[in-house]
Design a protein around this ligand. Structure first.
Ligand code: SF4
Length: 607
């Protein structure tokens, strides 16, 4: 029996830009007794169905864009006798669809960090639940990814998450609903230790795959002060301080490292934050500009953004702080007019954006826009390939419309043509060459041109084109330039790089020590770390980034169980108790450890 994790895609490019992090996180969440999962990322190469055997467990993660291919993979896996488990944003929103169309035995809703392991255990026992409620796990339970499984030569950027959730409520976005509005922030140590592992393996470009890297604004803090809400103010200030702590630690990593993140435009009004980003070498950020007019921003509930010349100034502030902006714009908003397209292109250019993407308004499930649109479509009888428009992700790829919501002054084709024209203009060779001045050497400028063209082929042509010949041509072109582009991002591995933390324990030793510590009775995480420190007379100082993943491993293997309770100072804490299986494991591990110590001692005693 093998566990498979599959990222479905109908197009494969041979090389990926950003690592789909979830594959490697769920690999970490797979109970170790089932071995290393087989990972298939179809954006690299398509699945070989023969790799799946009867009794295997197949985990498929889907978002709305790849749900149709995901269902195809699910049916195929089930036909081969495997257990099929779906997860991801789309499966969370439509669990029944995964069962009806994707051959699912089970669906994990919400975060998979804990629930995936339970689903695997139940499949092995032959009794999976229809649905697992993964919920929104606490940041201390976020698992570090299994980067030891990443193919070194396939991705340009590795990805590490620092915070989940976004306090905003943009109408076209589902993140704040699915990941929640309360930021769940990982400790700086946990983030840095993953980054160090990636740098050891030769990744120097890291995408900080966050919903919003700037979860607390200066305005939020001012408002909490004005409301005379000291508890909220302290909370916000603590979250902000943790961001600075993280950036300080990033700044101490090897000087060739470069980070990219997603952030709201409000960060441009926070010089201290921008300065910290510059020092941390966060050299790029995706900024959701969306619209360049106040009416457009109102359409999407994003009136915290700026329009017109103030917008240009804000975007320039990022550039002045050394942060290159990938500006994201939406076309097809109700207030858009034909002249909006040109005005947007002009602002993108004046604001000094390094990259830009221009997407057409699509009502995605889980968003406020989708709920309103679905209501207006109740009496609509249109079917494409037998599928109603409100289930557009089920329409075969080649028949899928590009624009869904009727526009007051433009038809769908006009919006598509004008959007394509803005892409063409922004990514014309003379304009790319002009923008490439942001790097100094000629070699660097040529690399910039290649990467701009790759970005254009991967995201614009394949997304906006209506005919399959053009899509295939773009995909072929992207495949051709993707491999040389990847080489531009590679760096020599630094296997000896340390995370500036106490030396690693021997592999597996931490699990043994935790199990032994729990023999005396249940303890919460902090108390376990404290006990290890005291008993070892300060030699064993275990940080959260090692402790919580180890506890998670022990939970998944059934060697400890966890229950929420209150700590001595009345804070919510999870208490861990040794199970009968854990006692057996402890005895076995201890015997093995003692054998190892004797063996090491023999070597050291050589004369
Ligand atoms: S678009 Fe960005 S800022 Fe708006 S809710 Fe989504 S993640 Fe947050």
């Amino acid at each position: 029996m093998r566990v498979h994790l599959i990222n479905p895609s109908h197009l494969a490019f041979g090389v990926g830009v950003i690592t789909p992090r979830w594959l490697y996180v769920l690999a970490a969440a797979t109970p170790s007794r089932f071995g290393d999962p087989v990972i298939t990322d179809e954006t690299l190469e398509m699945l070989d169905p023969l790799a799946i055997e009867a009794g295997d467990i197949v985990g498929i993660g889907i978002h709305t864009g790849n749900a149709l291919r995901g269902y195809e993979v699910g049916r195929l896996a089930r036909a081969r006798g495997a257990w099929v488990v779906f997860g991801g944003i789309h499966a969370t929103l439509y669990p029944d669809e995964s069962h009806a169309l994707g051959g699912a035995h089970a669906v994990v809703k919400g975060d998979g960090d804990i629930a995936w392991g339970q689903a695997v255990n139940d499949c092995v026992a032959g009794t999976p639940n229809i649905v697992y409620e993964g919920g929104k796990v606490d940041a201390s339970s976020f698992l570090p990814a299994r980067w030891d499984l990443i193919p070194r030569d396939k991705y340009m950027w590795a990805s590490v998450q620092t915070v989940r959730g976004c306090p905003k409520h943009c109408s076209f976005c589902s993140v704040w609903k699915t990941d929640g509005q309360k930021p769940r922030q990982r400790t700086a140590d946990a983030v840095v230790s993953e980054i160090v592992e990636l740098r050891r393996r030769g990744f120097r470009f890291i995408a900080l795959a966050d919903d919003n890297f700037y979860p607390v604004t200066l305005t939020d803090i001012k408002m909490a002060s004005r409301r005379a809400d000291p508890a909220q103010r302290m909370n916000l200030e603590a979250t902000r301080a943790e961001r600075f702590e993280l950036m300080d630690k990033l700044a101490k990593l090897p000087a060739d490292m470069v980070f990219f993140t997603q952030i709201t435009m409000e960060a441009a009004e926070d010089p201290a934050f921008l300065d910290a980003m510059r020092r941390a070498r966060i050299k790029g950020a995706l900024v959701g500009v969306e619209a360049v007019t106040p009416a457009g921003l109102k359409d999407i509930y994003k009136d915290f953004n700026y329009a017109g010349e103030t917008l240009v100034e804000r975007l320039r502030a990022f550039k002045d702080a050394g942060v290159h902006v990938l500006g994201s714009f939406i076309f097809g908003l109700p207030s858009d007019r034909p002249e909006t397209f040109e005005a947007t292109a002009a602002i993108a250019s004046r604001a000094g954006l390094t990259f830009a993407q221009f997407v057409m308004l699509t009502p995605f499930p889980g968003t406020v826009d989708f709920a309103a649109w679905e209501k207006t479509m109740e009496s609509d009888q249109t079917r494409i390939g037998g599928v109603p428009l409100t289930r557009h992700w089920l329409i075969p790829q080649e028949l899928r419309p590009k624009v869904y919501t009727p526009h007051p002054v433009m038809d769908a084709d006009e919006i598509r043509r004008r959007t394509q024209a803005v892409w063409d203009d922004f990514y014309s060779l003379p304009k790319i060459w002009e923008r490439s001045k942001c790097v100094e050497s000629l070699k660097g400028r040529l690399a910039f041109v290649m990467i701009s063209k790759l970005y254009r082929q991967m995201y614009a042509n394949t997304g906006i084109a209506t005919d399959s010949a053009r899509v295939n041509r773009s995909a072929r072109w992207a495949r051709m330039i993707a491999a040389p582009c990847r080489r531009l991002f590679a760096a020599p591995p630094m296997p000896d790089l340390q995370a500036n933390q106490p030396p690693d324990l021997l592999p597996g030793t931490l699990d043994l020590l935790i199990l032994r510590t729990l023999v005396a009775g249940p303890l919460h995480g902090y108390a376990i770390a404290d006990r290890l420190k005291i008993v070892s007379r300060d030699v064993l100082q275990v940080g959260e980034s090692s402790l919580y993943p180890a506890l998670q491993r022990l939970l998944l293997n059934g060697w400890v169980k966890g229950e929420w309770g209150a700590s001595a100072n009345n804070r919510r804490a999870r208490y861990y108790t040794l199970t009968a299986a854990g006692k057996k494991r402890l005895a076995a591990e201890r015997a093995e450890f003692e054998r190892l110590v004797v063996a090491i001692q023999r070597v050291l005693d050589l004369t």
